[in-house]
Design a protein around this ligand. Structure first.
Ligand SMILES: [Zn+2]
Length: 99
């Protein structure tokens, strides 16, 4: 995987961790916005989410990041998220109303 993506995946374990801050922004702003656009435009659920994510990643490819590196980084992130989801459900479901 390219160095630039490795750096983007690395938590620095500070209160100001850029990985955690980026995830918080996406959870607070992009996820609800994508769902609202789908509803408002009568598009199938997750259509804007999926195509939005692909378009954001395409911008990285346009800047020269190899697709294989993006695939690898995305796979690693999804592995971590899947693990987190299974830990959350083992603890009685994801936290409610954290905004
Ligand atoms: Zn972090």
């Amino acid at each position: 995987m390219s160095k630039i993506l490795e750096d983007l995946l690395e938590h620095d374990l500070s209160d100001d961790c850029p990985v955690c801050r980026a995830q918080d922004i996406v959870d607070a702003a992009l996820v609800p916005a994508a769902a609202a656009w789908e509803t408002r435009n009568e598009l199938p659920r997750y259509s804007v989410a999926l195509h939005g994510a692909a378009a954001l990643l395409a911008a990285m490819m346009e800047d020269g990041v190899p697709r294989e590196a993006i695939d690898g980084a995305l796979g690693q992130l999804l592995d971590e998220i899947e693990q987190q989801l299974s830990e959350d459900s083992a603890m009685g479901g994801p936290p409610q109303g954290t905004a």
